[in-house]
Design a protein around this ligand. Structure first.
Ligand code: HDE
Length: 711
C-alpha cells in the first residue's frame, strides 16, 4: 500500500508543476502551491508558522485539564475558517466535475463572424469545462436520470467566452420568467424534502402537464440521453440561439454543437440506479481516469447558422429554446475540435468557484432576442454574487488576462492620464449588434411559440425501437413514483398527442385509463440525428472502455497477460478482479518463484459489474471455484442482463453456462419483450488463446451501444 500512496503523490506533483501548455495554465500555475514539494509548513492565515494543529491553548492546573483560552488566536482561526468554509451551492447544477483542455478551429468561420476564436486556425484557445447534473444537491449521485450541464469557458485573447450548455438541445420552458417555477417543481418537494435528485415525483410531472411547451424536452430527458454512460460520451449544445457578426457587421443566427468522437452512449436504467449507490462518483471518476490515462475526451465543434433574412422561414420560431433546428433544414458545419487534456488540481478553487455566464461573449458573437437567453444573461451574472461575492471575476479560475493589483493614481474614466481607455470597435472593443428594434412593450411572445407537439413527435419518431422502449419504461418508472392520479393520468393523456402506442403502454404500466384514440395525428416525420445511434464513430473503438478480468487461483495467466496487452493496445482499460486482493496464482505456478502470481486491482466484493463495460473470464481450473462463488455468478448474470460484452475461454465457458444458461455460440441474438430485438454479445472460445482474444476484441469494438436490458 505504501508504494501506492507514494505513486499518488508523484502524480500530484507532476500535475501541479509540469507541462505548462497555455497562458491560462501559466496564469493558474502562478497561484498554485504544491504541498508535496516539502517547502510548505502549517501556518496561520496570516503566515506565522504554527507549532501544533492538535491542542487548544488551555489552563492546566496540577496536570488537570482546565478551561480553553479565548486568546488562542491560532485555534480560533482554524475553527473560524472551518465554520465558514462552505459557500452556497449552485441553485441548479450543484453537482459537477471539471477539466481543462484546448479548443481549435480547423476551418475559419470568417464568412459569418470576426470572433478570432472561431476564425484563427493557428490559435489554440485554453478552455475549462464543467459537467453537471441539474436537480440534485452537491452530494447527490452522478448517474441519476437528469439533464447534464455542459459549460465551457474559453479563455480567448479577447476575453472569456462562456457557452453554458446542456447535453440535450432544447429546454423545458420558453420564458426565463418561468425558471424559478420549473426548478422549484423538480427539486425536492417543499413539505418533506423528498425526493433528492429525481424528477420522479408529483410536482415535476404536474408542472410538465401544465406546461405543454415542456413536452419536447421531457421526451429527451426520459430517453437514454437522461442516463449517459460518461460525460465524455454526451453531445453538448448551446441550446439558445446566439448571433455571429462578421467583419462587415452582417449578423447570422447561430446554434452551437459539440459532438463526441467516441459516440453517444448511455447506461441501462438498472445500471444507473445501482451505480447511484455503488459508486455515486462514477461520472467524475470516469472523466479523471480517461484524462489520467491519456485517452483525452474530444468533441467536434459545429455551428448551425441562418442569415437574418431566414428568421421567419420555419414553422417554429428560431428563437424558441424548446425547438431544435432540424439538421435536414439547417445542416451543421463542423469547424473545430475541443479536447480535454488536464485534470484539476483542487476541486474547490477550480470547479466550485468556476462561474459561467451566458452574458460573457467576445467581439464577433452577440445575443439574439431568444426570451430564455435574455433572462439567462441576467441570472448567471446575478447568482455569482450570492455564491462567490463581488470579486468573483477575480478568482483564478474565472479571471481573464486581468491582474489583481491595479497600481496607479486614478480609478475613474475619463481621467487626466487617459489611463485604462476604452477601445474603439475597430481595434477590438466590444460593439453590440445594432439591431433595429420597434414595437410595443407587452408580455407576449410570437405566435409560433404556442405550438408544442410537432418536435416532440419528431423526436419520438426518430428513435430506434430499443430507444423507444427505454423511453416508455422511463416514463413508467417516473409516473409510478407519482401517487396522485391527476398527475399520472394527465401525463398519459398528453402522451396521446405524441403517439397512441406509447400512451397506451405507459398508461397500462402505471394504472391510468388506457386511451383508445390519439390526441393529435402523428405527422410521421423523422430527423436522422435525433437517435443517439446516429453518432457511432465511423471506426469502431473501445478506447477508454473498462474491462473487468475475473480470476481466482488456477487461472490461465498467459491468456490474461495477452488479453491485457491487446486491450491496452486498443486504449481500453483492463482491470483484474480477483477473488481476493492479494496475489492470485496461475494454473500450475510455482508459488515460491518471485514472478509467480498476479496482483489484482480489486476483489469481487469490492466492485460490481456495473462499473465496467465488459467482462472477460480466462480458462483454467479457477472456474471450478468461481462457479461456486455466488458473487462471481452474479457478476456474469448482471453483466449479461445489462447487455455487456462477455468473453469466456476454455473452462470459463462452464461458468457462463452456470450463470446464464447454455450459451456456446459466438454471438447470441436475444428477442426482448414486445418484439424489440437487441443483441447480447457473448463470445466463448476453446483453448486457442489467440483466436479467442481476437474475437473478443472484435466483438467489443463492434458492440453497438447495448443500452438496454429488459427491466
Ligand atoms: Fe442555467 N443556471 N438557467 N440553464 N445552467 C445556472 O448559474 C438559468 C438553462 C446551465 O457549471 C445558474 O452559476 C435560468 C438552459 C448550466 O457552473 C443560474 C434559466 C441551459 C449551468 C441559472 C436557465 C442551462 C447552469 C445556477 C432559464 C442550457 C451550470 C448556478 C432562463 C443551455 C454552470 C449558476 C456551471 C447554472 C439560471 C436555463 C445550463 C441560477 C434563469 C436553457 C450548464 O444562474
Amino acid at each position: 500500500m505504501a508504494s501506492k500512496i507514494s505513486q499518488g503523490v508523484e502524480k500530484v506533483v507532476t500535475m501541479a508543476s509540469n507541462g505548462i501548455t497555455d497562458k491560462k495554465h501559466a496564469d493558474l500555475h502562478r497561484d498554485t502551491v504544491n504541498i508535496h514539494d516539502n517547502k510548505h509548513f502549517s501556518t496561520t492565515d496570516f503566515g506565522t508558522k504554527v507549532a501544533t494543529q492538535d491542542d487548544w491553548l488551555r489552563v492546566v492546573n496540577d496536570g488537570r485539564t482546565g478551561p480553553s483560552l479565548l486568546e488562542d488566536q491560532i485555534a480560533r482561526e482554524k475553527i473560524h475558517r472551518f465554520d465558514h468554509e462552505r459557500i452556497p451551492e449552485r441553485v441548479v447544477h450543484a453537482r459537477g466535475a471539471g477539466a481543462f483542455g484546448s479548443f481549435r478551429v480547423y476551418e475559419s468561420a470568417e464568412d459569418v463572424t470576426h470572433a478570432k476564436v472561431l476564425t484563427d486556425t493557428s490559435r489554440t484557445t485554453p478552455v475549462f469545462i464543467r459537467f453537471s447534473t441539474v436537480q440534485g444537491s452537491r452530494g447527490s449521485a452522478d448517474t441519476v436520470r437528469d439533464v447534464r450541464g455542459f459549460a465551457i469557458k474559453f479563455y480567448t485573447e479577447e476575453g472569456n467566452w462562456d457557452i453554458v450548455g446542456n447535453d440535450i438541445p432544447v429546454f423545458f420552458i420558453q420564458d426565463a420568467m418561468k425558471f424559478p417555477d420549473i426548478v422549484h417543481a423538480v427539486k425536492p418537494e417543499p413539505d418533506r424534502e423528498v425526493p433528492q435528485a429525481q424528477s420522479a415525483h408529483n410536482n415535476f410531472w404536474d408542472f410538465q402537464y401544465l406546461h405543454s411547451e415542456a413536452t419536447h424536452m421531457f421526451m429527451w430527458a426520459m430517453s437514454d440521453r437522461g442516463v449517459p454512460r460518461s460525460f465524455r460520451m454526451m453531445q453538448g449544445f448551446g441550446v439558445n440561439t446566439f448571433r455571429l457578426i462578421n467583419k462587415d457587421g452582417i449578423s447570422h443566427f447561430v446554434k452551437f454543437h459539440f459532438t463526441p468522437t467516441l459516440g453517444v452512449h448511455s447506461l441501462v436504467w438498472d445500471e444507473a440506479l445501482k451505480l447511484s449507490g455503488q459508486d455515486p462518483d462514477f461520472h467524475r471518476k470516469d472523466l479523471y481516469e480517461a484524462i489520467d490515462e491519456g485517452v483525452y475526451p474530444k468533441w467536434k465543434f459545429g455551428i448551425q447558422t441562418l442569415p437574418d433574412s431566414r428568421q421567419d422561414d420555419f414553422d417554429f420560431d428560431i428563437l424558441d429554446a424548446t425547438k431544435i433546428w432540424p439538421e435536414e433544414d439547417v445542416p451543421i458545419r463542423y469547424i473545430g475540435e475541443l479536447e480535454l487534456n488536464r485534470n484539476i488540481d483542487e476541486f474547490f478553487t477550480q470547479v466550485e468557484q468556476a462561474a459561467f455566464c451566458t452574458s460573457h461573449i467576445v467581439p464577433g458573437i452577440d445575443f439574439s432576442d431568444d426570451p430564455l437567453l435574455q433572462g439567462r444573461n441576467f441570472s448567471y451574472f446575478d447568482t455569482q454574487l450570492s455564491r462567490l461575492g463581488i470579486n468573483w471575476q477575480e478568482l483564478p479560475i474565472n479571471r481573464p488576462g486581468r491582474h489583481r493589483i491595479t497600481a496607479g493614481k486614478v480609478n475613474y474614466w475619463p481621467n487626466r492620464f487617459e489611463a485604462v481607455p476604452p477601445v474603439p470597435p475597430s481595434e477590438g472593443g466590444f460593439n453590440s449588434f445594432p439591431e433595429k428594434i420597434q414595437g410595443i412593450a407587452e408580455r407576449l411572445k410570437s405566435k409560433k411559440f404556442s405550438e408544442h407537439i410537432n418536435q416532440a413527435q419528431l423526436f419520438y419518431n426518430s428513435l430506434t425501437p430499443p430507444e423507444k422502449y427505454h423511453l416508455e419504461n422511463a416514463l413508467g418508472f417516473e409516473l409510478d413514483h407519482c401517487d396522485e392520479p391527476i398527475v399520472y393520468e394527465r401525463i398519459c393523456d398528453r402522451l396521446r398527442d405524441i403517439d397512441l402506442e406509447l400512451a397506451k403502454n405507459v398508461a397500462t404500466l402505471v394504472g391510468a385509463p388506457v386511451p383508445e384514440k390519439e390526441g393529435r395525428p402523428n405527422h410521421g416525420k423523422k430527423s436522422k440525428s435525433l437517435s443517439q445511434t446516429y453518432f457511432m464513430p465511423s471506426e469502431p473503438t473501445i478506447a477508454s472502455r473498462r474491462v473487468a478480468i475475473l480470476i481466482g487461483d488456477g487461472f490461465d495467466k498467459a491468456t490474461v497477460k495477452a488479453m491485457q496487452t491487446s486491450l491496452k493496445a486498443a486504449n481500453a482499460f483492463p482491470f483484474v478482479i480477483g477473488v481476493r486482493r492479494s496475489t492470485i496464482y496461475g494454473e500450475g505456478e510455482d508459488k515460491s518463484s518471485s514472478s509467480a502470481g498476479m496482483m489484482p486491482a480489486h476483489h469481487l466484493e469490492g466492485m460490481r459489474s456495473t462499473m465496467f463495460d465488459a467482462l472477460f473470464i480466462p480458462g483454467g481450473s479457477h472456474n471450478q471455484t468461481l462457479q461456486k462463488n455466488g458473487r462471481a455468478i452474479h457478476w456474469v448474470r448482471e453483466a449479461f442482463a445489462h447487455c455487456k460484452a462477455i468473453g469466456a475461454m476454455g473452462e470459463a465457458v462452464e461458468l457462463i453456462k452456470t450463470a446464464i444458461g447454455s450459451v456456446d455460440k459466438v454471438k447470441l441474438a436475444s428477442v426482448g419483450e414486445q418484439g424489440v430485438i437487441e443483441s447480447y454479445g457473448v463470445v466463448t472460445a476453446g483453448k486457442s488463446e489467440a483466436s479467442g482474444i481476437g474475437e473478443m476484441i472484435k466483438m467489443l469494438k463492434g458492440a453497438k451501444d447495448f443500452a438496454g436490458a429488459f427491466f
